[in-house]
Design a protein around this ligand. Structure first.
Ligand code: MF3
Ligand code: CO
Length: 252
């Protein structure tokens, strides 16, 4: 298994790619409210990405028909934006998007509340985010990849939530998906050693109920089998010999 180590020039381009994506997310977050359609969010996301001279990397990826994945409530990931899917007060909505800047990919996801949401939903969103930060305590040169997986699992399991196992994080750079795969649950090995210059998209997907998921008939939308709420939190990070650098903006 070969995990790419980025040169300092490549790291600069990854930083820029991710910085632009962070700005796109800040604008999308402002836009989320009751009454808009999931397609409205995709339209805005694509327009913003292109306004920075970048290209949406999800669009047409293995046939995916949009630039932003918009997943509502029990939809875990890869929800396909639709004009007739209108956000309602109390929903939670996960946005996942990425872009290409001068050949370099970025990838990021957040779950937002639509208007006022339940206390339980707030906790799910907060804890999904917190699990990312537990995981990246081990995202540094000299640690092993699956230390990250184990830390996410340890943190999440105590709440009785289900960690989605069918989908994982990944290396990222000249491609959206590079080696390695990064599971969000405990592995029985420590995995490959992390080295400075690796760029990884770490992305816990957490269900309030059971861990099992299934696919809708559109062949994309992943939903929790028990229809419980699901949250997603993803950043592209750079491994260094100190603290990891979170390349996609983190103040949300
Ligand atoms: N964001 C997803 C990931 O992290 C990729 C989405 S696949 C797409 O791997 F087809 F929806 F673009
Ligand atoms: Co990803």
């Amino acid at each position: 298994m070969a995990i790419n180590i980025k040169s300092s020039r490549e790291i600069e381009l990854m930083r820029e790619s991710c910085k632009i994506l962070g700005k796109v997310f800040m604008e999308m977050e402002q836009f989320v409210r009751p009454g808009i359609s999931t397609k409205d969010i995709d339209d805005l996301g694509e327009k913003l990405i292109r306004s920075y001279g970048c290209v949406p990397n999800f669009l047409n990826y293995e046939g995916y028909p949009a630039s932003v994945c918009v997943s509502v409530n029990d939809e875990v990931v890869h929800g396909i934006p639709r004009k007739d899917r209108i956000l309602q007060e109390g929903d939670i909505v996960s946005l996942d998007a990425g872009l290409i800047y001068k050949g370099y990919h970025s990838d990021m996801a957040r779950t937002f509340g639509v208007g006022e949401i339940s206390e339980d939903a707030k906790l799910l969103i907060e804890r999904t985010k917190a699990s990312f930060f537990e995981g990246i305590k081990y995202a540094k040169d000299g640690c092993h990849l699956y230390d990250i997986s184990g830390a996410i699992d340890n943190y999440i399991s105590k709440f009785g939530y289900g960690i989605v196992k069918e989908l994982v994080g990944h290396g990222i750079g000249l491609s959206l998906h590079e080696e390695p795969q990064i599971p969000n649950f405990k592995q029985w090995r420590r995995g490959p050693k992390l080295r400075s210059g690796m760029t990884l998209a770490i992305e816990p997907m957490i269900n309030m109920g059971g861990a099992d998921v299934c696919w809708l008939d559109d062949d994309w939308t992943v939903v929790s089998e028990d229809e419980s709420l699901s949250a997603h939190y993803e950043n592209t990070v750079l491994i260094t010999d100190g603290e990891p650098e979170i390349l996609t903006l983190i103040d949300m």
